[in-house]
Design a protein around this ligand. Structure first.
Ligand SMILES: Nc1ncnc2c1ncn2[C@@H]1O[C@H](COP(=O)(O)OP(=O)(O)O)[C@@H](O)[C@H]1O
Ligand SMILES: [Mg+2]
Length: 522
């Protein structure tokens, strides 16, 4: 009861902060909401502070920054949903900053002691002041007793409790929105908050981030395109993560732009190719590819850090996306359309040809264009529009992939204004398709075909009985295929004839067809 009351109190505070930023019912959207909500919006604007940004998304972002970490995370997740929100709003929201003041050194030391069960001085010979602070954690530079330099990431004290409280508020706000603004139900605010809640809570356990880093080390070694820091598992825990310190320059550093163009072009290539290789060949990708999370080591290697958000694709999704990109590369829009239908992403009642021609309208204008001439955001928005027309259900993982691909492309484009997304992605996508369609793919198909065949065989006894009965009746001349006739004549009236061998051929053919179907060739 008390908890609920305090949540209500927090909801009111949230409403107040939003009102101060004219973000409760932004004036731009007032005409789209029911009258009582519109009146509430008008009333709230009386309390709005002056000097507000003209973009409603920016005002909303300002309010979220004021409200705290969970709201900031929520806003960041919201800003990835260009498919369901006003693009202008999303653009403003994407300015959301994740910078908050660092927590004091004594608190950081206390967190380390709580995690390690002893004074930090027993494990580290030095620990710097915080070098970076964000809404969930901050990072210090430390030196181990053995002399290695490390990055020590420490969660904010009490962050779990604080996030929980804020998330409870967001759940309540979502319920209120669904109740008072029926139109908002189309966007599924309650479901969205649930998704955000899960994502945020995952970020509050640094062991999971360490595991994500370790997962991305396998493709790193195999592709040789990038590296990840070494993890010191024995020093890690829920609230602390210790990794190898990377000496180098973050891509967010202006110094990167002073590098020779050829070097920047090469960095851009490695960034995009490593992202594509991870997602299409390994089904796992770093889903927060902004410049602050990439360091060019002093030896020139590209090092990824910060594994709070990991994207995953099932084998089917990997193949689906690789095929789509490949389709765009070879400009086979019909094939891309078919892939969408085969995967069940577009309902079967739509026409493949219409869908293919809609895709052509997206693909043709951008084919062979370099980054300078293509606004990928526009392209994606056009794709989202198409998905709406064709009732396509967007899968959250694919949205995440597309959003990250866009983010990654933005980074590459800044490094190399002539960045050619198509030429850079071609080798990775083609290799992936060769693997899918080549020997390896055939073996995979065979294996999954065999699984399907086994399932079919398990159902086969009944089916064979029917087929054998049908074949026998046919051989006995009891099958009348003329319209309106019952296919099998009454067995008691069945004649014996010279057609027996056909019964076996018939059964064999049916079985052969069955197994072809089972292996997916039908
Ligand atoms: N292993 C590392 N080596 C060097 N610098 C690091 C390392 N890990 C983190 N940092 C620095 O700390 C900053 C914040 O770390 P990050 O893991 O990105 O946390 P956040 O989730 O708060 O963004 C990075 O932008 C980088 O400057
Ligand atoms: Mg970061």
């Amino acid at each position: 009861m008390f908890k609920r009351l305090s949540t209500v109190f927090r909801v009111l505070r949230t409403g107040w902060v939003l009102a101060r930023h004219d973000a409760l019912v932004p004036s731009e959207y007032a005409k789209d909401v029911p009258l009582p909500v519109r009146l509430l919006g008008a009333l709230s604007r009386l309390f709005a502070i002056g000097g507000r940004a003209s973009n409603p998304g920016e005002r909303f972002a300002g309010a979220l920054e004021k409200l705290g970490p969970a709201y900031i995370k929520f806003g960041q997740i919201l800003s990835t949903r260009a498919d369901m929100l006003d693009p202008v709003f999303v653009k403003g929201l994407s300015r959301l900053k994740d910078k908050v003041p660092a927590f004091p050194m004594e608190k950081a030391e206390a967190m380390l002691e709580a995690e390690w069960g002893e004074a930090w001085q027993n494990r580290l010979s030095s620990l710097s002041e915080p070098i970076a602070a964000a809404s969930v954690a901050q990072v210090h530079k430390g030196v181990l007793k053995t002399g290695e330099t490390v990055a020590v990431k420490i969660l904010r004290p009490n962050i779990q409790k604080c996030m929980r409280n804020d998330m409870d508020v967001l759940h309540m706000v979502a319920s209120l929105a669904e109740f008072f603004v029926p139109d908002s139900r189309r966007l599924g605010p309650k479901k969205f908050v649930e998704t955000a809640d899960r994502a945020v809570m995952l970020e509050l356990d640094l062991r999971l981030e360490a595991a994500a880093c370790s997962e991305l080390s396998e493709p790193a070694v195999e592709t040789g395109l990038y590296e990840v820091p070494h993890i010191y598992w024995d020093l890690g825990g829920k609230n602390v993560m210790v990794t190898q310190w990377i000496d180098g320059t973050a891509l967010s550093d202006e110094a990167i732009l002073a590098l020779p163009q050829s070097q920047r072009t090469d960095i851009a290539r490695r960034i995009m190719q490593s992202f594509l290789a991870c997602s299409f060949d390994y089904g796992v990708f770093h889903a927060d590819m902004h410049e602050g999370n990439m360091i060019i080591g002093d030896d020139g290697t590209l090092v990824l850090i910060d594994f709070g958000i990991l994207g995953r694709l099932s084998e089917e999704e990997q193949r689906f996306h690789a095929e789509i990109l490949y389709g765009f590369l070879i400009r086979d829009y019909h094939r891309i359309a078919e892939v969408h239908f085969e995967a069940g992403y577009v309902p079967a009642h739509h026409s493949v040809e219409d869908f293919a021609s809609a895709l052509r309208s997206v693909g043709e204008p951008i084919f062979g264009q370099t980054a300078e001439n293509v606004a990928m955001t526009k392209v994606l928005l056009q794709l989202f529009e198409i998905t709406e027309i064709f009732d396509m259900e967007m899968q959250p993982q694919l949205i995440m992939l597309q959003k990250t691909m866009m983010q990654t492309e933005g980074v590459c484009r800044r490094l190399d204004p002539h960045f050619d997304m198509w030429e850079i992605s071609r080798p990775i996508v083609e290799a992936s398709m060769r693997r899918e369609l080549g020997i390896e793919g055939r073996i995979n198909d065979l294996v999954s075909g065999l699984h399907k065949a086994r399932r079919t065989l398990e159902r086969l006894p009944d089916a064979t009985e029917n087929i054998a009965a049908l074949a026998k009746a046919w051989a006995d001349g009891d099958v009348d295929l003329s319209r309106g006739a019952a296919p099998i004549a009454d067995a008691s009236t069945a004649k014996k004839g010279p057609w027996k061998p056909l019964a076996y051929i018939g059964t064999g053919a049916a079985l052969a067809l069955g197994s072809l179907w089972a292996s997916g060739q039908f």
